[in-house]
Design a protein around this ligand. Structure first.
Ligand SMILES: Cc1cc2nc3c(=O)[nH]c(=O)nc-3n(C[C@H](O)[C@H](O)[C@H](O)COP(=O)(O)OP(=O)(O)OC[C@H]3O[C@@H](n4cnc5c(N)ncnc54)[C@H](O)[C@@H]3O)c2cc1C
Length: 431
């Protein structure tokens, strides 16, 4: 596979014009009718601005999690919702990821979040009115190392108990599922036909459109700079342009959620961790459809993308940082692994690449729910690379928590307090 050296910025799939605020001069004259008109407009604008200064719920972060929560809140009848986004909608991890959707997790908690989300994704077009481009081609895990065998055997037993239609496949069967994957060193594979990959930007667009119809206001270029707390409860937020009173503030700031939580004097153990994606040109002779295939020992994964192949792999030397520039020095490592596992890629070249940030927690599970000691502050972050597939469940559960005070799926294991009590929920299958 030839390698093109220069970096190409990923396209920003969610192009939205930032909301612009019109400012009229506040001049007074009783004689000039055009100035009277200006005064009327000014009063109207003032009223709109005043309305914006209070909301029932403020959501910090305009990624897929914030948008899903906003949409699900409207379904439960909440109307006065403000989503504040520092940059542009989808400009965080939501615009940078691989779109993978799977049931095959090693923790029961993650499996249940996926089981809660999957039906929503399967009927997304009907429910939300936007095609999520869900390619339900399955996930194929290739297990090559002894050290991973027991963990996957345990997962297979758990999947069977929870009704996950994943099965163990031999190396030969794995080859039958993806003939261009090398399987001579594969101990066994696991395959779940319900898994696949979707287009996160389409999902985000859908949630935003439906939430707007439900009355939600999305503001771009509106970084939250302060969170006000009074007598142990949240009372509002401040951006550079506005002070907004709100009794419920949701932290859906993705990899930046730790920074946002600090504004409310809350410590969230969420770290930004850079991950790369490279996309190839067309690959002559490659089958049209194949499962999202993962070489588990290295975390290398591949799926079809824009006529070529999307390749992802974690750099094990990566340290937590907010840097999402592409490290082109890492590309040859990923390409070498890809050529070894998928030799047909010899026929193509790398077209583009980008990097984004995982929102990593110590146990690779999200932090969901209220925070002891600060009434009205709700976290929905720390998805550790799984936030797109868990966005439908998260939106629904956080909306239930805010409106009903309880959730239809028990998420108490995902409370922030687990890091204090040491009751972590481990996840083995992170790629
Ligand atoms: C390379 C890569 C591959 C991935 N692959 C997958 C995958 O296959 N499947 C999957 O499910 N997940 C995947 N993920 C993870 C997924 O992208 C995230 O879990 C998900 O996008 C999180 O959504 P979010 O809305 O919480 O965060 P984001 O999309 O990051 O949104 C948070 C938003 O908050 C905004 N913000 C931050 N601070 C402030 C502030 N002070 N005020 C206002 N706004 C603020 C940011 O600008 C940002 O837009 C991948 C991630 C990466 C990087």
């Amino acid at each position: 596979m030839a390698v093109r050296e220069e970096g190409v910025e990923p396209s920003r799939p969610y192009g939205h014009t930032p909301l612009k605020r019109t400012r009229l001069p506040l001049r007074h004259s009783r004689r000039n009718p055009s100035i009277l008109l200006e005064e009327q407009w000014s009063r109207r604008l003032h009223t709109i601005a005043t309305m914006r200064r209070n909301a029932d719920v403020v959501i910090v972060g305009g990624g897929i999690i914030g948008a899903s929560i906003a949409y699900h809140l409207t379904k439960k009848g909440v109307r006065d919702i403000l989503v504040l986004e520092r940059g542009r909608l989808g400009s965080g991890s939501t615009g940078k990821n691989a779109g993978g959707i799977r049931l095959q997790f090693s923790s029961e908690t993650n499996v249940r979040l996926s089981q809660h989300s999957l039906p929503h994704i399967e009927r997304f077009a009907d429910e939300i009115g936007t095609d999520p481009h869900f390619h339900q081609v399955g996930y194929l895990f290739l297990i090559t190392e002894d050290r991973d065998v027991d963990a996957f055997e345990r997962s297979l037993a758990m999947w069977s108990r929870l009704g996950v239609p994943a099965r163990k496949v031999s190396a030969t069967e794995a080859k039958g599922l993806f003939k261009n994957a090398r399987t001579d060193d594969v101990r066994f594979g696991t395959f779940c036909a319900k898994d696949g990959y979707a287009d996160p930007s389409s999902m985000l667009n859908g949630y935003v459109a439906r939430a707007r119809e439900g009355g939600v206001t999305f503001m771009e270029d509106a970084a939250v700079m302060a969170i006000a707390c009074t007598n142990g409860r949240v009372s509002g937020v401040r951006t550079k342009a506005d002070e907004i009173g709100a009794r419920t503030v949701v932290n859906a700031a993705g990899p930046w959620a730790g920074e946002v939580a600090k504004l409310a004097s809350v410590e969230l153990p969420i770290q930004p961790l850079r991950r790369h994606i490279f996309v190839t040109e067309a690959v002559p002779g490659l089958e049209e459809d194949f499962p999202l295939t993962i070489e588990f020992a290295t975390g290398l994964y591949a799926h079809r993308e824009s006529g070529g192949v999307l390749l992802g792999m974690a750099d094990p030397t990566e340290k937590p940082a907010f840097d999402d520039s592409v490290n082109w020095d890492f590309m040859p490592t990923a390409v070498e692994r890809a050529l070894s596992r998928f030799p047909i890629l010899e026929r193509t070249s790398i077209k583009t690449g980008w990097a984004g940030l995982y929102e990593d927690t110590p146990d690779k599970h999200p932090i969901l729910g209220k925070v002891d000691g600060i009434e009205g502050f709700v976290n929905a972050a720390g998805f550790s690379g799984h936030g797109v597939m868990h966005a439908p469940a998260t939106g629904e559960l956080i909306a239930e928590l805010i409106v009903d005070g309880r959730t239809s799926l028990d998420i108490s294991a995902l409370a922030l307090s687990r890091f204090r009590t040491g009751q972590l929920v481990r996840e083995h299958n992170v790629i």
